[in-house]
Design a protein around this ligand. Structure first.
Ligand code: CDP
Ligand code: MG
Length: 141
């Protein structure tokens, strides 16, 4: 397994101010932050980023939400980063997320669920490259 994943703090958690506590949680769980930027996705970027879901009934709402305000984009490093981060964030629906996970603590509902995490090493690489150049990452910390 790879040691990098792509994470986002979504517009709900930026707007509500919960994003600082989420950054604390990330640091407390010993992820190394290789890259970070705050950016409001255009509608076109949100469509492209979530293109895998374009046939799903929630796609239009998801695109609208993800382009509604700024997100915090993160490249995280840890051993087995993809499954580790999925464990850290919990299930998509906060009602089903394990206690102590970021979504259990900070998500509003299944759509506005505070954070994103890549679902495979291949997608982690693609998602990192969607927003970051290799030169923007802080290596050898
Ligand atoms: O984010 P995650 O990988 O856990 O879930 P996903 O199935 O890849 O769905 C991507 C995002 O679409 C979710 O994080 C939700 O924001 C949204 N979604 C939704 O609004 N309604 C659903 N029934 C499923 C997902
Ligand atoms: Mg997903």
């Amino acid at each position: 397994m790879g040691n990098r994943t792509f994470a986002m703090i979504k517009p709900d958690a930026v707007e509500s101010g919960k994003w600082g506590k989420i950054i604390d949680h990330i640091i407390a769980e010993d992820y190394k932050i290789l890259g970070v930027k705050m950016q409001r996705m255009s509608e076109a970027e949100a469509r492209a980023f979530y293109a895998v879901h374009k046939e799903r009934p929630f796609y239009e709402e998801l695109v609208e939400f993800m382009s509604s305000g700024p997100s915090v984009l993160l490249v995280l490093e840890k051993a087995d980063a993809v499954p580790a981060w999925r464990d850290t964030i919990g299930a998509t629906d906060p009602a089903e997320a394990a206690a102590g996970t970021i979504r259990a603590k900070f998500a509003e509902n299944k759509g506005r669920n505070a954070v994103h995490g890549s679902d495979s090493d291949e997608n982690a690489q693609k998602e990192i490259a969607f927003f970051f150049s290799e030169a923007e990452l802080i290596l050898n910390q």
